[in-house]
Each structure stands twice: as C-alpha cells, then as structure tokens.
Ligand binder design. Sequence first.
Ligand code: FAD
Ligand code: NAP
Length: 471
Amino acid sequence: MFLAKSILKQNQLNTIQRTCNFSLSSISAARKKVCIVGAGPAGFYAAQYILKHLSDCDVDVLEKLPVPFGLVRFGVAPDHPEVKNVINTFTKTAENPRFRFLGNLSLGKDFSIEQLRDNYHAVLLTYGADEDRRMNIPNEDSKNVISARKFVAWYNGLPGSENLNPDLSGDTVTLVGQGNVAIDVARILLSKVDALKSTDTTEYALEALANSKVKNVYLVGRRGPLQAAFTIKELREILKLPDVSTVWRKSDFKDIPEIVSSLARPRKRLTELMLKSLDEQQSSPRTSEKKFLPVFQRSPKEIHDDFIEFSVTELQGNTAIPTDVSEKFQTDLILRSIGYKSVSVDKGINFDDKRGYVVNKDGRVLQKNSQEGSIDKGLYVAGWLGTGPTGVILTTMNGAFGVAKAICDDVEQNFIDTETQKSGLDISDKRVVTWKGWTEIDKYEVEIGKAKGKPREKLIDIEKMLKIAGV
Ligand code: FAD
Ligand code: NAP
C-alpha cells in the first residue's frame, strides 16, 4: 500500500513537472531528459532500458509519422503477424508515465539536432534507413525497375507509397538480391491472394495482387548458394507455398554436395535444405503454374525494356567478380532488393555517406572532423542508423540495449553534463500525436479491419490520422 502510494506520488510529481515545465533544482538534482529520435524497435528497446535503469529520467520519443513502430508496422510482412507481437512490449514501455510519444515530428524538418541537444541531456538517434541502395547500372531508373523497399511500403501502407501502382500485368518478375526482404517480396507475389486477405495487407494491394498475372519470380544473387543472404526459416516457407514449384539450376550447386558436411551449422542446414529441394525437383518435378526461380552468380549489368542483363561472376573467396560472360533474363518487372540505406537528415550529424551510417563507437557518436575520433558527448545512435541496414529485431534489440546502457553509464558517471536543467522540447506550436492519439488511430484501424476479417485496416492518409488522433 505504502509502495503503491509512493509510486503514485512520484508519478504525480513527474506529471506536474512535465506539464508545468518547472524544475525542482532547489530540492533535488535535475531530472534527466533523454530524447530518442525514431519510434522503431531500436527506439522502443532503448527507451525500455533507460526507463528501467534511470529512475529520475524522462524519455521523449520523436517520430516522423503520426504512428509508431517503424519497420514492424511498415516492413515486416503482413503474413508474419507473430513477429508484430513485439508491439505489446513497446506499448508497455509507452504506458510508463515517464515516456512521451511525440508523433508527427521530424528531425531535420520540425527540429534540428542542435535544438534537441539544447533541450535534452542526451539525444539518441534511431531513425533507421529510409532509402535504398542502388545497383549503379545503366537504365536503373527505367519504369520497369522499382525498389523492393517501395514495394514493401506499398503493400504495408506506408503513407506516400499508396500510388506506386506496380505493374503486375506481365508474367515474370526478377528480384535482384537474395536477402530476406527479397524472399518476403517473392512470397507475397507468389502467394494465393486468399491467404493474404485475413492479414493487414492494404486493400489496394490485395486488389492489385488479385489481378496479378505474375507466374515466374526469379531471385538472383551475385554470389553462390554458400553465400546466400536469406535464412532457413524464410526459405522453408517459400518452398512450402501451395501450387508453386521451385526450380533451382543444377549447375549452381556443382561441387557443393562434397563440402556441405564441413560447413558451420546454420549454413550447413540452409545448404542441405537447398540440396534437398533440388533433389526433389529432379526426382519428382512439380509443374505448378507459378514458379520460384533462384539463380546464383549473376551480377546486374544493364537494364533494357524487356530484359535485364547480368554478368556471370566468378567467386574469389567470398567475393563475386564479374566476368565478360553475360546472361539476359526476359522480364516484365525488376525489383531491386539489395538493401536499405540510411540518410543524413541534419548537417550537424556526423554521417558517413559512403557507408550509410552515423559514425560511432559502440553507439557513442564521434565528433565531426575529429582526427582522433573523440566522442561527441551526449549524442548516441542505435539500430540500423548506427549499424547499417542489417539484422533482425532481436539483433536490433541487443544493440539498442547496449547503447542504452552506455547512456545510463554516462549519466551515472557524470561523463555527460546532467547538472544543467533541461526542459524537453517546446511543442506548443506543433501538431503532435501523443500516445493517447495513437491509441485512437489504433482503435479506429482495428474496428475497420474487423468488418473485413483483418487484424486492422491501416490508415494511409496522414490528415485523417491526425484528425482521428484529435490533432
Ligand atoms: P526502423 O524500424 O526503421 O525505425 C526507425 C523509425 O524512425 C521509423 O519509425 C521512422 O518513421 C522514424 N524516422 C525516420 N526518419 C525520422 C526523422 N527524420 N525524424 C523522426 N523519426 C524518423 N526482423 C525480424 O526480426 N523479423 C522480420 O520478419 C523482419 N521483417 C523485415 C521486413 C522488412 C521488409 C525489413 C526491411 C526488415 C525486416 N526485419 C525483420 C528487420 C527489422 O525490421 C529491423 O531490424 C528493425 O526494424 C530496425 O529497427 P530500427 O529502429 O533501427 O529502424
Ligand atoms: P540483406 O540481407 O543484406 O541482403 C541484401 C542482398 O542484396 C544480398 O543478397 C546481397 O548480396 C545483395 N546485394 C547487395 N548489393 C548488391 C549489388 N550491388 N548487386 C547485386 N546484389 C547486391 O538485406 P535485406 O534483404 O534488405 O534485409 C535486411 C535485414 O532485414 C536482414 O538482416 C534480414 O535478415 C532482415 N529481414 C528479416 C526478415 C525475416 O526475419 N523474415 C525479413 C526481411 C528482412 P551479397 O550477399 O553478395 O552482398
């Protein structure tokens, strides 16, 4: 009872301090103020850790969109709803009274990094990777080429992507790249649309997929089966798709059966699965109308109106070297799936354009133009923005916990100034979606979805979201 009362008191105190924006410096040390930019997994996991380990700290999470969760909402495939359960953990974090969600605010547009640093003791950047890597080959911007990132955003309802209108009227799609994003896209293209109707795939995407004429999906990698970037669970899932035959090229697996037993375990299991599937294809070929066609050692060379030309590669160690030999693939649509890319949103950020991440040492951002790599005190980075665009949610969680620990250590050891009072951002003149606002959007989406047998029907229109959030 006493404990409950004192927690209540502390919460009331926090609320009063927050609303009145005044300091208690005369009777206690300054409350710590941390700002996290980006409400994806890295942002939420870092917030969770900081709130748990720093009791006198408030965390504000600034998010560009009116809705939270980053790629969990706009990347994770709609037919993988179990992956989205992490949202429950994020929601618990957001319900902490010391957490504030500030949706519809962009770093680089509504606020600068300098303003954030002036108003918080520590700023953690977790704004992810909003662009994609380019192949840098002739005619890459032709209308028959789109990025897998845009295609994923389209079926997942990212505001601004609803008018992509991918042309699915031809029978062949070629995916360049063999990561799990490429596998997700291939699976969505080859799935029966009925299997997607009970997911949160957007209505317009369901309609387009229902009318799709796509039958053949190539998945082309520049290296060999031993270097394939997809993982076993994702491959197994696509191999099991009803009414889809998988067609491997036997020549891609030359010499591989001999060395498979010497491979390290995850790679060994993945390779065994590919060999088993190749074996099945040869002993009892399936002749479904739809085909999944993985191809190895082909590096994109040039785009043409109705085909893509690849250089045949040779492997030197783990590196693919293009040869003079090439192969043309007739294709109606080309989807570039060679990785996402972070961008700099504020010139005050020490961003490595070539590598595409914020320059850091274990999450502590390094000073710009500093030869010795000195730490820029009070500025941190986590998630894909700090590591580059690879890693699953679990990897991102572990990284974010590590950086959050560094923040807590730096606060506790007075490595960063926490004596000066900081008040958090003044958002009085901004249209901000609070957590309460998001719960209104959430309720609305779930309600609309229910009528269609879907977990939710995502809102795409930002103005509508703001209206429902009461902004
Ligand atoms: P993000 O999730 O991208 O979050 C960044 C957030 O920052 C976003 O909300 C964004 O809107 C916001 N933001 C961007 N710019 C600004 C700005 N200027 N100001 C304020 N906010 C900003 N992992 C799995 O474990 N299982 C899966 O099934 C899976 N599927 C995936 C499918 C796809 C298509 C992709 C691309 C990834 C998938 N992943 C999956 C990986 C997982 O999504 C990532 O590991 C994780 O989302 C990275 O988290 P993050 O917080 O770094 O970035
Ligand atoms: P990825 O795993 O890094 O795969 C990128 C692919 O693009 C690789 O095949 C890579 O080949 C190829 N590539 C890169 N540059 C190329 C170039 N210039 N020319 C030709 N090919 C090129 O990236 P991703 O698929 O975007 O996935 C990102 C992360 O999200 C991964 O960690 C992934 O596991 C995760 N994710 C997980 C799931 C899931 O768990 N279901 C779903 C989606 C994404 P090389 O290997 O030769 O470089």
